[in-house]
Design a binder for this molecule. Structure first.
Ligand SMILES: [Zn+2]
Ligand SMILES: [Zn+2]
Length: 286
């Protein structure tokens, strides 16, 4: 598969991950990917962690550990191993906007992925009652508006991660996120993204979670076609694929059916960034 998997975590750098770089790279070679990126958590808002430390790492140490191993997918020759890029998953709240922008400015990350993991500083996994207190449509409207706020606040971040993260933890079993639940918020998000040149990520972790924890079939767990259609209508041309693997068994999960599904909706160009520059491969067949 000639794509770059843009979003993965390593043990020792992300508190919820348990794979080594060697495991990640060897799995990427096995799947013959064009490239793979690491993107460990940078969730800096201490108020989201009342009982512990925020999930951040030292960017200088990260670069010392990995920068020399970087291999640009765009320079890859046919027999080369997959490319290797260095990204970061930026957990956004308004309070850490300046810190996240400085992190991207001061360190040579290939790109930042913006993620919203908290709503009103509540964690959707632990504080379900605080978050899922209205209808799903109302909750998702709030969530997508916060995702839009994040895209606007950190225009340098190139990828918008798992827009559908909050659908994983809702108390309802049929919790998939649909465009029709938050049309104005999605339109606002996609307009901001278009203006900033930001790319939508398809996160296999959400698809996997809906199947495992909510009983969805693969077909029903794939992202809502109307979300993707509207993204396209408002100027979104590229998608980015994310395993969001925290463990090696998750790497490359659901990649093929996800790419095939996106192709059926007209998306064949899969993007990544090298030192902030957009690159992509066009899939002829899936
Ligand atoms: Zn995330
Ligand atoms: Zn992640």
């Amino acid at each position: 598969m000639s794509i770059v998997d843009v979003h993965n975590h390593l043990g020792g750098w992300s508190p919820d991950a348990g794979q080594t770089l060697e495991e990640l790279l060897s799995k990427a070679s096995e799947l013959n990917l064009h490239g793979v990126a690491i993107s460990d958590h940078y969730d800096a808002d201490a108020d989201c962690y009342p009982n512990g430390d925020p999930w951040v790492f030292d960017a200088k140490e990260y670069m010392d550990a990995f920068y020399d191993l970087r291999r640009l997918p765009s320079r890859r020759q046919p027999d080369d191993p997959p490319g290797f890029l260095i990204s970061v998953e930026l957990g956004w709240t308004e309070a850490v906007t300046d810190e996240l922008r400085a992190l991207l400015r001061d360190n040579p990350f290939d790109y930042g992925i913006l993620s919203v993991h908290y709503l009103d500083r509540c964690d959707p996994f632990y504080d379900k009652q605080a978050i899922y207190r209205e209808s799903l449509a109302d909750t998702y409207t709030r969530v997508i508006n916060v995702v839009a706020d994040s895209a606007k606040a950190v225009p340098e971040a190139r990828i918008i991660g798992h827009y559908d993260f909050f659908s994983r933890y809702a108390t309802e079993n049929r919790s998939k996120m649909f465009y029709r639940q938050a049309p104005d918020a999605f339109d606002r998000l996609f307009r901001i993204m278009h203006e900033n040149g930001q790319i939508l990520e398809i996160n296999a972790g959400t698809i996997d979670s809906l199947m495992r924890n909510k009983g969805y079939s693969l077909k029903d767990a794939l992202p809502d076609k109307d979300v993707l259609r509207r993204y396209r209508e408002l100027g979104g041309h590229f998608l980015a694929f994310a395993s969001d693997a925290h463990y090696n068994t998750q790497f490359g999960r659901l990649m093929r059916p996800t790419l095939a599904y996106a192709a059926s909706l007209g998306f064949r160009d899969w993007a990544w960034f090298e030192a902030g520059e957009l690159r992509f491969t066009r899939l002829q067949t899936v």
